[in-house]
Design a protein around this ligand. Structure first.
Ligand code: 8YV
Length: 336
């Protein structure tokens, strides 16, 4: 009997077709955002789900969907999934690491440059016709990127790719803070220097946050940390909403405690804190860090590779390429 699969968000049609070659597939071409109850209802009787960051997969859902064996999440981050709850029930979780590293690092850089050089603010200025009437030699002055100090909070694959761009491409001094320092040879490849968190906050001209979200990283950048930053500094969050305290950030941006921010992720997204929407010195983007054509296709492809292999089909049957909890392989939940 063919397994039954739910694709929770709209995806590339050919990728969904690939799934249809093996499984009975229900997808969501209109990209409706389902509540958890709606998701549970649609998952009844299904063995696998291709999910996204907006789907909350926890013990309640897993208990209500006893036939679900594999959750294949599109994205490297999986803070929307309770991994321990999956593992305890023999449900496999997969993610999509590596294929998005460089695209996301490029985007972090783009956001940093846009915020530091006031690009969106300048665009509004031109569109509002203000250049014509108030163009001055000292208008829209920003901060230099080249030769400045780049701080990175979280030094995984994306953090390292950002460090290489900063050091090699822009002659930046790179400092970072991470739970554990990198091995000396990796540190040398990245031209990056480990510092404690206080030094990171105080010394960075531009600080990029790339730490995964967890209870430990919740509000890792809050009012106290923002207070430590230079008033000329830029803060960029491409990690997850909730790592930065958005309300505290809006207050600091408003009073000039730091110069600018660039945010791709938000606490409670897709909602954005109204005080942030009211700040002129923040560049806002809708969680598009990995959104290049090639990378989103590569992520979708890897996610489907994982799902097909997890369901015991194809040349890699039983060996999904990027499992998060490989310990459940071989003893996946038996059909209820
Ligand atoms: C995803 C991301 O596009 O990979 C991640 O962790 O945040 C993004 O690249 C997003 O999660 C889509 O679900």
């Amino acid at each position: 009997m063919r397994a039954s699969v739910l694709v929770t968000r709209a995806s590339f049609p050919d990728i969904v077709e690939r799934l249809r070659a093996h499984f009975d597939v229900t997808d969501n071409p209109s990209d409706t955002l389902w509540t958890q109850d709606e998701l549970i209802e649609r998952l009844q009787g299904r063995q696998a789900a291709l999910t996204a960051g907006s789907d909350r997969i926890d013990a309640r859902l897993l208990d209500a969907c006893p036939q679900l064996k594999a959750v294949c999440n599109i994205g490297v981050g999986y803070n929307n999934v309770d991994v321990a709850a999956c593992t305890a029930r023999g449900v496999l979780l997969t993610n999509t690491p590596d294929v998005l590293t460089d695209t996301t690092a490029d985007f972090g850089f783009a956001l940093m440059m846009a915020a530091a050089r006031r690009i969106t603010e300048s665009e509004h200025f031109v569109r509002e016709g203000k250049w014509v009437t108030t163009g001055r030699f000292d208008m829209l002055l920003g901060a230099d990127i080249h030769g400045s100090t780049l701080g990175i909070l979280g030094m995984g694959r994306i953090g390292q790719a950002i460090a290489r761009r900063g050091a090699l491409g822009f002659g930046m001094k790179v400092i970072y803070h991470n739970r554990t320092p990198l091995a000396p040879e990796i540190e040398a490849q990245c031209n990056a220097c480990y510092v404690d968190k206080d030094a990171l906050m105080r010394e960075s001209d531009h600080l990029i946050v790339v730490v995964p979200y967890s209870a430990n990283s919740h509000h890792a950048i809050g009012a106290a940390e923002l207070k430590q930053m230079k008033s000329s500094a830029t803060l960029i969050n491409i990690a997850r909403g909730g790592v930065v305290d958005d309300a505290a950030l809006a207050a600091v941006l408003k009073e000039g405690g730091i110069a600018a921010a660039g945010l791709d992720v938000f606490e409670g997204e897709p909602r954005v804190h109204p005080e942030l929407l009211a700040c002129r010195n923040v560049v806002l983007t809708p969680h598009i860090g990995s959104a290049s054509v090639a990378t989103r296709r590569a992520m979708a492809r890897l996610c489907v590779d994982n799902l097909i292999a997890a369901m015991g089909v194809g040349p890699d049957a039983g060996r999904p390429p990027t499992p998060v909890n490989p310990e459940v392989l071989g003893e996946l939940r038996a059909p209820a």
